[in-house]
Design a protein around this ligand. Structure first.
Ligand code: ZN
Length: 392
């Protein structure tokens, strides 16, 4: 009897472990897919400066040593070299977006450095270098049924396919043009523009079309395809919470999440098996819908460091209880999670308000506002909390 009981208990533990492992893997993978990476700004600036000086030198030398016609052709080439890189990033990301639409996924954000466009919102400019070839596309399945590895693989393949078509294949096509075209400066300039564009496309294809990992071990597109197809099957709960976390990280507010993700997060928030992000996401979703009781419940359920910050927020912003808020924050360690840091900043601003130090509260809110603005995507959820916080 006892042996059977132990065997069952061990079996349950192993199922739990497996379920947890696949959840953690998934939650780690989903946000990674589109996470922007900040690169050393100085390094980037020096590179651009060197490239700019070099290009201007080419144009000036060409203009000084030959005819006005030649200078015009060189000018075209100059523009092509400057604009071609951006154009090839746009094409690559549009490839992902078209692939997403083909598999029935919703596209939220298309970004090509430095422009971030969330559909239905004002364009946003970000100084942050993004993952992928210099941009990213945030897409997600509108229903649990459409969340399938092969759809994810096609989504990842769209970018490299676009780059292959506008890179090596485009250059191959250019090479079939009659060679006399290169003898006329204007035509040669236009061909140079096309060639520059094709070269950037080839670089993008080389960067993404075979499996590799970039900065910080982030998988490129081809690696994402392999990972998607090898992904162990996981529950709707795990996948939905992973997706919701990824959307939230890129500024998509809970009220805009597809219904299946909102349902899954609400359910996972109650489950003892769920990873620690589930109650946090449930908390944010409750705040977004002005469901105070649900927010309190999620804060109570949330364990570890994030839970302390959620409870501090409830104490300060819902209960006006400075003492309880400070007590909760006292030993809350950094989590490396933007959402928790920002919620903490709002809590601290509220504590300053309640203590009558409105100048410090304003400073805290201003700092937070600039951090939110610099995050790389529109953040309507946080913008709203910030406005509410200032009006209390
Ligand atoms: Zn890509």
């Amino acid at each position: 009897m006892c042996g059977v009981g132990n065997a069952i208990a061990a079996k349950i533990r192993s199922i739990q472990r497996r379920a947890l492992a696949s959840r953690v893997r998934f939650a780690y993978r989903a946000p990674m897919r589109h996470r922007p990476v900040t690169q050393n700004g100085l390094q980037g600036a020096v590179g651009w400066l060197a490239a700019g000086v070099g290009l201007i030198a080419v144009v000036v030398i060409t203009a000084l040593t030959s005819s006005a016609n030649n200078a015009f052709g060189a000018g075209l080439l100059f523009v092509g070299l400057l604009v071609g890189g951006f154009a090839s990033i746009v094409i690559h990301e549009l490839g992902h977006a078209i692939a997403a639409w083909l598999v029935g996924w919703r596209v939220w954000i298309i970004s090509a450095l430095p422009v971030v466009v969330r559909l239905g919102h004002k364009p946003h400019f970000s100084t942050k270098l993004a993952h992928d070839v210099g941009g990213y596309v945030l897409g997600s399945p509108p229903t649990a049924k459409l969340d399938r590895p092969w759809r994810s693989a096609i989504f990842s393949a769209g970018g490299p396919i676009a780059s292959l078509l506008t890179g090596p294949l485009f250059i191959y096509w250019l090479a079939t043009m009659p060679p006399q075209n290169w003898e006329d400066p204007t035509k040669a300039g236009l061909l140079g523009v096309a060639l520059a564009f094709g070269t950037y496309g080839t670089l993008s294809a080389a960067w993404t079309a075979w499996p590799a990992r970039g900065w910080g071990g982030r998988p490129n597109d081809a690696m994402m395809i392999i990972m998607a197809l090898r992904e162990p099957k996981s529950s709707d709960e795990a996948r939905g919470a992973g997706w919701a976390g990824a959307l939230f990280e890129f500024g998509v507010e809970p009220s805009a999440w597809p219904e299946w993700m909102r349902d899954v997060v609400a359910r996972a928030g109650h489950s003892p098996w769920a990873q620690s992000s589930a109650p946090v996401l449930a908390f944010m979703a409750a705040l977004d819908a002005n469901r105070e009781a649900d927010a309190r419940a999620a804060a109570e359920r949330s364990a570890q460091e994030p839970g302390k910050v959620l409870r501090a927020y409830v104490a300060a912003c819902l209960d006006n209880d400075v003492k309880a808020a400070e007590l909760a924050l006292q030993d809350a360690k950094p989590t490396g999670w933007n959402a928790i840091d920002w919620l903490r900043a709002l809590t601290e601003a509220r504590i300053f308000d309640l203590r009558g130090d409105s100048a410090a509260a304003q400073r805290a809110r201003d700092d937070l506002a600039s951090e939110i603005a610099d995050s790389g995507a529109p953040q309507p959820f946080w913008d709203r909390l910030l406005v509410d916080s200032a009006q209390k």
